[in-house]
Structures are given as structure tokens and as C-alpha cells.
Design a protein around this ligand. Structure first.
Ligand SMILES: [Zn+2]
Length: 290
């Protein structure tokens, strides 16, 4: 946690979101991978903040002389995204038009990737929310990965690998982060998910639930979302759980739709003014074709 005084005096850019802890097993995995770093690493699972933290941890493991101690000058520079061998391609990176203008900005990185890192480690380029990359940008990245880029590694962050170009995934090592709900048992979220499935079958019981004042706060809504995302992964990969089985009945198109709905709902929940009950009602209704 940065001290409140730090960063307030300068910082025209919005402060990065609260740093998330990196799971110990993930860190151990990264340290093993660092012996022969894959040119491209896909990180899926977890929350967006977990994925971002894991990507920064990877940059630290590859560049900190102590293997990612987290406290040295270099590690702190990485946390503040002020490290010269770290490029984070995210919304802030595409300041003009996040949807369309990114191809030229990514093309401008090509000469950079043609050079080795400034320091003794590796230059790490992180694509946050890589599933949102414009297709032309994704194709440019794919071309980039087809050539050796000594001293450069790439990280693609996405909720699920299925949301990335298959050709990008097949050229990458995929690391799945623990799902938030898998860390602690979430009986309350599970109960809501069960109610949602019952609503899809019967059309009943959902609005009474969300309409009760104070029924679901933002934190619970996030747990419901991550629980659904976890079950969606299971359903997509053909694994069995009672919820995943029900989700699988949505069919491939329905699962894709659920994936998009969950991503949009997640974004809506990040708006502090979005009413939680409305977001939950929207999930319940948007997945089912009219
Ligand atoms: Zn360090």
C-alpha cells in the first residue's frame, strides 16, 4: 500500500488500482518459469487486479537482482510502473480512442521490441485486458511473437484464454491464476448463483431477491460474478460441476454471451454509481435470449 503522501503531489495520471497480493503458488511458478522465460505468457483467471499484480510480479522476477524481492528500488519502480524495461499497454496507453486507434500505437512499439532491454533483465510488455485488443492490433502482436525478440517477453492478461485469438494462445505459455472464490468458500455467492440458475429455469424468484433493500452489496456482487466466471471456465473446458452443467446447456452461443455479459457487468460494478441490484438484474435477463 503506498503511503498516502506519496504520489499525490505529482501524479497527473490516476493512481494504479490497489495493489493486489500475488498468490504464493503463483509466485513460485513464476520463479520456475523465469529459468527459461517463455516469450509470451498468457495469464488468465483471478480478478483483473490479480492478473495485473501477477504481471508486475513477473516483471520483478525477471528484473530484480533478488528474483523479485518486492522491496528494492527496482521492484518499487515496477509497482509504480516507472521502470524503464516495463511497458503496460492498457486504457491509459491508448489515450485517444481505446477502440480503434491502437494499431498505430502498437506499431510504434515495434522498434522498441527490436532492441534488447536497457537493464540486465528482460523488457516486459504487458497487455492488460488483451481480449479487448483490436483485431488488427492482435494480429500485429501475433506477427511480433513469430519472430525471436531477444531480451523481450510479452504478457497477455485476459479473464479466460478463450477470449483471445487462438493463435496467440497457442504461441504462449498459459498460467491460470486461482479464482478469487476458490481461495475462501463463498456460501453466500453460491446461494445467489443457485437462485440465478433457478430463475433461468422458472423465471421466478430473482427480482424479489435483488429488490430487497440491501440484499446484495458490491462486494457480494463481485463474488457472484467471479463465481459465475469460474463456473463458465469449467463449462467451456467440459469439466463437471452442477453449475457448470447447467451453464453448458446454454450452448456455445449462450456461453459466449454469458462471457460478454459478465465482462460488462464487471465493468459496470467498477462504476461506483452503478446500482448493484440493477447490474444483477441485467445479468439475469441479458443471458437469456428474448
Ligand atoms: Zn527487488
Amino acid at each position: 500500500m503506498p503511503s498516502p503522501a506519496a504520489g499525490r503531489a505529482t501524479a497527473p495520471a490516476p493512481a494504479p488500482s490497489t495493489p493486489a497480493m500475488v498468490d504464493g503458488q503463483v509466485l513460485a511458478r513464476l520463479r520456475t518459469l523465469a529459468r527459461r522465460p517463455p516469450q509470451s505468457l498468457v495469464m488468465e483467471g483471478g480478478s483483473a487486479a490479480d492478473r495485473e499484480a501477477a504481471a508486475l510480479a513477473w516483471a520483478k522476477v525477471l528484473n530484480c537482482p533478488q528474483g523479485g524481492c518486492g522491496v528494492c528500488v527496482l521492484c518499487r519502480q515496477i509497482d509504480e510502473r516507472a521502470f524503464r524495461d516495463l511497458i503496460v499497454v492498457d486504457r491509459q496507453f491508448f489515450e485517444d480512442d481505446p477502440k480503434t486507434a491502437n494499431i498505430d500505437q502498437i506499431r510504434a512499439l515495434l522498434p522498441v521490441w527490436g532492441q534488447p532491454a536497457h537493464g540486465a533483465g528482460s523488457r516486459v510488455t504487458v497487455f492488460a485486458e488483451a481480449q479487448d485488443l483490436h483485431l488488427s492490433a492482435a494480429n500485429l502482436l501475433l506477427k511480433t511473437l513469430e519472430e525471436p525478440r531477444p531480451g523481450n517477453v510479452f504478457v497477455l492478461l485476459a479473464p479466460q484464454r478463450e477470449r483471445l485469438l487462438q493463435t496467440l494462445v497457442s504461441r504462449s505459455f498459459v498460467l491460470t491464476l486461482p479464482w478469487p472464490a476458490a481461495k475462501v468458500s463463498e456460501p453466500d455467492a453460491a446461494e445467489w448463483i443457485a437462485a440465478l440458475l433457478a430463475f433461468w429455469d422458472s423465471g421466478q424468484g430473482w427480482f424479489e431477491r435483488t429488490g430487497t433493500k440491501g440484499a446484495a452489496d458490491r462486494a457480494l456482487a463481485r463474488r457472484i460474478l467471479s463465481g459465475l466466471q469460474r463456473e463458465l471456465i469449467l463449462a467451456l473446458s467440459g469439466q463437471e460441476s452442477p453449475v457448470a452443467k447447467r451453464l453448458a446447456r446454454l450452448g456455445p452461443a449462450g456461453l459466449r454471451r454469458l462471457d460478454l455479459v459478465l465482462a460488462q457487468a464487471q465493468e459496470a460494478l467498477n462504476q461506483p454509481t452503478a446500482p448493484v441490484a440493477l447490474v444483477l438484474d441485467w445479468i439475469a435477463t441479458a443471458v437469456i435470449p428474448k
